[in-house]
Design a protein around this ligand. Structure first.
Ligand SMILES: NC(=O)c1ccc[n+]([C@@H]2O[C@H](COP(=O)([O-])OP(=O)(O)OC[C@H]3O[C@@H](n4cnc5c(N)ncnc54)[C@H](OP(=O)(O)O)[C@@H]3O)[C@@H](O)[C@H]2O)c1
Length: 226
């Protein structure tokens, strides 16, 4: 995730969410080159040119060198199926696209999405049951390392479920302000300090005016294996 110095990942009106350097974009592609699958929430995918692919040939070569498939799988999270059928993600056919939805998905929408995606998996009633969803991704699609690229609601769900192991954060030299501007994890949030997700800083690099931080998540609820 990339955030401004005041902790925002987009402006309050969501019009601006690309605000980092070229170096940060390369960093994103380097991270994608470590993952079997890349995942985003429906609003992020709907927000513009998001295809979740591995990028240029040198990143695909990096993947092959690491023993990964040349192209990562792409996963979009859309409980009610609000993902736009015209989204870029569906236009590029270089790797399978998987939609994770909940029982809020109507039959009509499910049919439409099944025609566009390689799989539509329903996990959970109102909200997606991510423990079940990630287990299915591992069993059915051999996903061992999943990179989640936000947005805020999806990140919050994963933190809440205790399913995040690492956080890569780029802090950018800007202030957006705006109390409605999203942060890296919105959702309902915790109300007790004891329930906060605790992090340990494992890496820090400065490039120009940007900081690249890498945290391990401590006491991740799924640390025992998933
Ligand atoms: N700066 C950055 O690094 C960065 C990265 C990513 C995104 N962004 C920005 O962040 C904004 C989008 O973030 P966002 O928080 O509004 O949306 P989001 O997390 O991208 O997507 C939210 C949608 O995902 C689905 N979803 C998420 N959690 C779910 C759950 N537990 N169960 C069922 N469905 C779930 C829902 O889809 P349904 O509506 O279909 O139910 C929900 O409406 C955009 O402006 C984007 O550009 C910035």
């Amino acid at each position: 995730m990339a955030m401004t110095a005041d902790g925002k990942i987009a402006t309050a009106n969501h019009a601006v969410s690309t605000f980092t350097s070229r170096r940060d974009f390369e960093h994103l592609l380097e991270l994608r080159a470590t993952a079997d699958a890349v995942m985003s929430g429906a609003r992020t995918v709907n927000s513009g040119e998001v295809n979740l692919g591995p990028g240029p040939a040198r990143f695909r070569r990096l993947r092959l060198k690491k023993g990964l498939a040349e192209y990562n799988l792409r996963v979009v999270v859309s409980g009610s199926g609000s993902i736009d059928p015209r989204a870029d993600l569906f236009r590029y056919r270089f790797s399978p696209v998987i939609v994770l939805a909940s029982e809020r998905l109507s039959e009509g929408r499910a049919k439409q999405l099944r025609a566009l995606a390689d799989a539509v998996k329903i996990c959970g009633g109102e909200q997606i049951d991510f423990r079940e969803a990630l287990h299915w991704l591992r069993e059915k699609w051999k996903v061992r390392r999943l990179l989640c690229e936000g947005g805020s609601e999806l990140n919050a769900s994963l933190f809440e479920a205790g399913l995040v192991h690492e956080l890569h954060l780029t802090v950018c030299p800007k202030i957006f302000g705006g109390r409605a501007a999203p942060t890296i994890a919105d959702g309902a949030g915790v109300s007790r300090l004891a329930d906060a997700t605790r992090l340990s800083l494992k890496g820090m690099k400065r490039a120009g005016d940007e900081l690249f931080l890498r945290y391990d998540v401590l006491a991740c609820k799924s640390a025992s294996g998933e």
